[in-house]
Design a binder for this molecule. Structure first.
Ligand SMILES: [Zn+2]
Length: 330
């Protein structure tokens, strides 16, 4: 049951839940919180399988009983995974209202009913209040698993009704060990983990989606811009259909490192050592104050993009590249 199994760095949280189950001490709602890329959703699925399985083992669901078969087939009547219709949009209020009815019916398979909400902060106020109602009067044998990387954005009254399970990024050795089993090219492991702040799942996504190459091409674009080989408008054209929040976060990382160099930091402390030449150029050509201002501006643009703000991609990237050029031109 590949999608229904744990990651090795989640053992402490797992043991805690197995202990709750074995001592018949499960809460009605859990909040799985922590940084992105630590596999919280997959943990929620593994836990669902374990709690629904007719023959659960301490290591997880058996993978063979009728409940496990129904889960694998995606047809288990007592398992619900509720997500927004489109990534980045809120979960719809009528979906939450339906949950309320569902949570009070007897589970069809006669056991528990599990409801996962992911991401649990993706709700408007009305939907959150409807969810609060579900949590205040939970149905018998219904367990809610709320998954959130931004639990600070949730209603405090929702958070306080959940027991919390915290997830953090694994230590470097565990991250390296796991990532090495996932990649064909092991020479990339160190760089990928450096770039993703030690998040193994993000690192894997970088490798699978060719994001290292994409990042390299952004760096090349900037170097071309600084040398006058390409204009901001031309460069923006080749970036307007990309994952812009990610592109901006790369630039933010470069500005962070250039700032460190500007403050005479050792190059060993940089996260983007592969771009050292460009970073030194930025640090030489611009002062720390301008680098910091630029970083703040990029952060605010990135935030608007992630909140679904209505920014025109071409205009935005033209602005980004014009400002980058300004940084080095005086
Ligand atoms: Zn089973």
């Amino acid at each position: 049951m590949k999608d229904w199994s744990l990651f090795p760095w989640q053992k402490a949280q797992w043991d805690q839940m197995v202990h709750c189950q074995q001592s018949d001490n499960l809460a009605h709602a859990y909040l799985l919180r922590g940084v992105p890329g630590t596999g919280k959703l997959q943990f929620a699925k593994a836990l669902s399988a374990y709690l629904l399985c007719m023959n659960p083992q301490p290591a997880g669901a058996c993978g063979q009983c009728k409940e496990c078969e129904l889960l694998k087939a995606g047809t288990h009547p007592d398992f619900t995974l509720l997500e927004p219709d489109d990534p980045g949009r809120p979960i719809r209020i009528d979906s939450i209202r339906k949950l309320n009815d569902l949570a009070h019916k007897t589970a069809q398979q006669g056991g528990r009913r599990i409801i996962i909400l992911n991401p649990a902060e993706a709700m408007n106020v009305n939907a959150a209040n409807a969810l609060l109602k579900c949590l205040e009067e939970p149905g018998e044998d219904t367990i809610f698993l709320l998954v959130s990387a931004r639990s600070g954005d949730m209603l405090p009254t929702i958070r306080s009704r959940c027991q919390q399970l915290n997830f953090s990024t694994p230590d470097r050795a565990s991250a390296e060990q796991w990532l090495s089993t996932q990649l064909d090219d092991l020479s990339l492991v160190t760089q990928l983990l450096d770039l993703t702040a030690n998040s193994p799942l993000e690192a894997k996504r970088f490798a699978e989606q060719g994001l290292l190459e994409k990042r390299e091409s952004l760096a090349d674009g900037l170097k071309g811009l600084f040398k006058g080989k390409v204009t901001p408008v031309e460069l923006a054209k080749s970036w307007q259909s990309s994952d812009l929040p990610l592109a901006l976060s790369w630039m933010i990382g470069w500005l962070d490192d250039a700032t460190k160099l500007g403050l005479s930091a050792d190059s060993d402390s940089l996260r983007n050592r592969d771009q050292l030449k460009m970073l030194e150029y930025l640090a030489r050509k611009s002062d720390v104050r301008n680098l910091l201002d630029e970083r703040d501006w990029l952060m605010s643009q990135r935030q608007s993009l992630m909140e679904g703000g209505n920014l025109n991609p071409q205009m935005l990237m033209e602005g980004v590249f014009c400002r980058s050029l300004d940084l080095v031109l005086h």
